[in-house]
Design a protein around this ligand. Structure first.
Ligand code: URA
Length: 436
C-alpha cells in the first residue's frame, strides 16, 4: 500500500477500506508518513468527505494509536460529558460533582481555552494548588476513591489526534464534519466511559454557527459512539448569549460555587442547562428512569450540600485549596474594576457571546495564542439576564483586569455586545434539540 495512492483515491472521491485508514493513521503516528502527505490527504477529506464506515474506522484507528482508560472495574455506572465549547460554559464544574454525588463515576478529561472560548482546566487552575495533569493511575485511583476527577488529557491518550489536530490547525483543515467528529469522539472513547453526554453549542460564541451544522455534528458523533457500543445522547444548545453571568476563570469558579451552594441568584440559562445535563446524565447512566426524575435528583443533591461536598473532595484530591471554595474572602481579585453602563433605557434583547468572549480575552482571561499566559482573576461580570428592563446609565457589566489599558480596550466591546430595545424580547429556548 502506498500513501500517494490513498491520497489520490480520496482526491478522486473514492471510499477507503478500514485497513487503508488504519495504515495511514498508524504509520503517521509511528513517523513513517511525512506531514506533507497527511496534509494533502486531510485536504482531500475536507473536499470529498468521509462515509460513516470511513469515519468509524478513522475514529477507531485514532483510539488505537494510544492508551485507553479501562473503567469497567469501577463500582457504578460510568459517564463522560463533552461540550463543544463556548463563552462562559462552566457546566462541567457543576455537572461532574452532581452526577458523582449521585453515584455516577466520572473520569472527565477537559481542555484549555483558546481565543474567545474558555477552558475548564484554566478555570480549575484558578484554585490555588489545583493540579490537572494527572497520570492514568492517578485518574483511576481518584475516580475509585472520590467518584470523579477533572484533568487534562494524558500524553499517551489518542496521540494521533494531537498530531493530526496540530497539522489541521496549520493547514486550514479543521472545518470538516468527519474530522471534527472523529477527533472529539476518539478522546471520549479512549476515556473509557460506557455513557457519553454531548453538548453541541450553536451560535455566535460557538464553533458551529448554524443549527443545521450542529445537528449534523451531533448525529454523527452519536453514530460513532453507538458503533463502538457506547450509549450516547447529544443536546444542541444556544451559544448566542454567554452561559452564566461570569466570564473568566476564578469568577466562573465563584459562580459554580454559588450554584452548588443553592444560591437562588444564578443566571437562568446556566441554572437550566446544569439541571438539564444532570437530568439527562442520570437517565443515560441508568440512575433514573426519566430526565425529569434525574433533574429532581440533581436538585436534591444540590439542596443537601452533597454536590458541593463532592466538588470540595475532588478539588482536595487534586491538591486544590478547598478553603478557597468555602470562604470567598480568600479569593484573589483583579487590581482594577470598571462598571460599564447602559447607553439607553429598555429591555436587554441580546448579549453577544462572541463579543463578550473577545472582551474577556482582552482583559487577560483568555489566550490569543496557545502559549499565552492567562490572568486567572480577569473577566466580565454581566449584571442582568436577557429580558431584563433597565434604565439608561444602569450598570450592565463590571470588568475585572490587572491592566488599565485592557479595561479601556474592553469597555466599548462590552457596551456594543448588549442589544437594548424598547419592547420585551420574545422568549427563546436554550435547548434546541435532543438526539440519541
Ligand atoms: N475540538 C476537537 O477536539 N477536535 C476538533 O477537531 C475540533 C474541536
Amino acid at each position: 500500500m502506498r500513501i500517494v495512492d490513498l491520497i489520490e483515491k480520496k482526491r478522486n472521491g473514492g471510499e477507503h477500506t478500514a485497513e487503508e485508514i488504519q495504515f495511514l493513521v498508524g504509520n503517521y503516528v509511528r513517523g513513517g508518513v511525512p506531514d506533507y502527505q497527511i496534509s494533502a490527504w486531510l485536504m482531500a477529506v475536507v473536499w470529498r468527505g468521509l462515509t460513516d464506515p470511513e469515519t468509524f474506522a478513522l475514529t477507531r484507528a485514532m483510539v488505537a494509536s494510544g492508551d485507553s482508560l479501562d473503567l469497567s472495574g469501577l463500582a457504578g455506572p460510568t459517564l463522560d460529558k463533552h461540550s463543544t465549547g463556548g463563552v462562559g460554559d462552566k457546566t462541567t464544574l457543576a455537572v461532574v460533582p452532581i452526577l458523582a454525588a449521585g453515584g455516577v463515576q466520572m473520569a472527565k478529561m477537559s481542555g484549555r481555552g483558546l481565543g474567545r472560548t474558555g477552558g475548564t482546566l484554566d478555570k480549575l487552575e484558578s484554585i490555588p494548588g489545583m493540579r490537572t495533569n494527572l497520570t492514568i493511575p492517578e485518574i483511576m485511583r481518584q475516580v475509585a476513591g472520590v467518584g470523579a476527577c477533572i484533568c487534562g488529557q494524558t500524553d499517551t491518550l489518542v496521540p494521533a489526534d494531537r498530531l493530526l489536530y496540530a497539522l489541521r490547525d496549520a493547514t486550514a483543515t479543521v472545518e470538516s464534519l468527519p474530522l471534527v467528529a472523529s477527533s472529539i469522539m476518539s478522546k471520549k472513547l479512549a476515556g473509557g466511559a460506557a455513557n457519553i453526554l454531548l453538548d453541541v453549542k450553536v451560535g455566535s460564541g460557538a464553533f458551529m454557527k448554524t443549527a443545521k451544522d450542529a445537528r449534523a455534528l451531533a448525529e454523527l458523533m452519536v453514530r460513532i459512539g453507538e458503533s463502538e457500543g457506547r450509549r450516547v445522547v447529544a443536546i444542541i444548545t444556544d451559544m448566542n448569549v454567554p452561559l452564566g453571568f461570569n466570564v473568566g476563570n476564578s469568577v466562573e469558579v465563584k459562580e459554580i460555587v454559588a450554584l452548588l451552594k443553592g444560591n437562588p441568584w444564578i443566571e437562568p440559562h446556566l441554572n437550566f442547562l446544569v439541571r438539564t445535563l444532570s437530568g439527562l446524565g442520570f437517565m443515560l447512566a441508568g440512575r433514573c428512569k426519566t430526565q425529569a426524575e434525574g433533574e429532581a435528583l440533581a436538585q436534591e443533591l444540590i439542596a443537601s450540600g452533597a454536590a458541593f461536598d463532592k466538588l470540595c473532595r475532588l478539588v482536595a484530591a487534586q491538591g486544590g485549596d478547598t478553603e478557597y471554595l468555602l470562604r470567598t474572602v480568600k479569593q484573589q481579585v483583579a487590581r482594577f474594576k470598571y462598571d460599564v453602563r447602559a447607553a439607553k433605557s429598555g429591555y436587554i434583547h441580546g448579549i453577544d457571546a462572541s463579543a463578550i468572549g473577545m472582551a474577556a480575552m482582552v482583559l487577560g482571561a483568555g489566550r490569543k495564542e496557545k502559549m499565552d499566559e492567562i490572568d486567572p482573576t480577569a473577566g466580565v461580570l454581566i449584571r442582568h439576564p436577557v429580558g431584563k428592563q433597565i434604565e439608561s446609565d444602569n450598570v450592565i457589566a463590571t470588568l475585572h483586569s490587572n491592566s488599565e489599558i485592557s479595561l479601556r480596550e474592553a469597555t466599548p466591546i462590552v457596551q456594543a455586545a448588549f442589544t437594548i430595545e424598547d419592547t420585551p424580547p420574545a422568549p427563546t429556548s436554550l435547548v434546541y434539540e435532543t438526539i440519541g
